[in-house]
Design a protein around this ligand. Structure first.
Ligand code: ZN
Length: 182
């Protein structure tokens, strides 16, 4: 499922005239999302090897990865060291100029904190693999007109089976919770 209707390319630049002038964003539908999700899975694998929950994220601009991050929850003893937060911080100054044309890929649907940070970083395109039916962050996208207006593409289920399998390598029980939502 997606959060709301799928915007066409025209709508992709709502309120982002710089992006339109620059014209550097490839139409969202034509991007090879699986290719970049594989890179996010690579980050997740690194997290798993470290002993962290295996969630990975990459940020892509114009066909190029500009930021990478993985979950560092356990190894940094920080509840906010999520993959998406780490990816955002890894390329924060780059995003300052280019965020409107960027896409963030995460192996798991971004939580409310990361969703908020992605929106405040002005990234308009969100792609993820595994749905989080426990937190259901997509409800926030649908509920809030502010958020809805700023999320132009919200695409889930990309390499979903691989992303779920990755999570299961960490904890079957937790994966079941995230999938079942209870
Ligand atoms: Zn998060």
């Amino acid at each position: 499922m997606t959060g709301g209707e799928t915007p066409d390319e025209e709508e992709l630049y709502v309120g982002t005239s710089e992006g339109r002038k620059d014209g550097s964003m490839q139409p969202f539908e034509t991007i090879d999302h699986e290719k970049f999700m594989r890179e996010a899975l690579r980050e997740a694998e690194d997290a798993l090897k470290r002993g962290d929950r295996p969630i990975g994220a990459v940020i892509v601009h114009d066909g190029r990865i500009v930021g990478r991050g993985s979950n560092r929850f356990a190894t940094t003893r920080s509840h906010i060291a999520h993959a998406e937060m780490n990816a955002l911080m890894a390329c924060a100054s780059y995003l300052y100029d280019h965020s409107h044309e960027c896409v963030i890929y995460s192996t798991v649907e971004p939580c409310m904190m990361c969703l908020g940070a992605i929106i405040m970083a002005n990234i308009r395109n969100i792609v993820f693999g595994m749905y989080d039916n426990h937190l259901r962050p997509r409800d926030f996208v649908e509920m809030s007109p502010y958020v809805r207006q700023r999320v132009h593409n919200y695409l889930g289920g990309v390499l979903e089976a691989e992303c779920v399998a990755m999570y299961r390598r960490y904890s079957e029980d937790e994966a079941d919770l995230v999938l079942a939502g209870r």
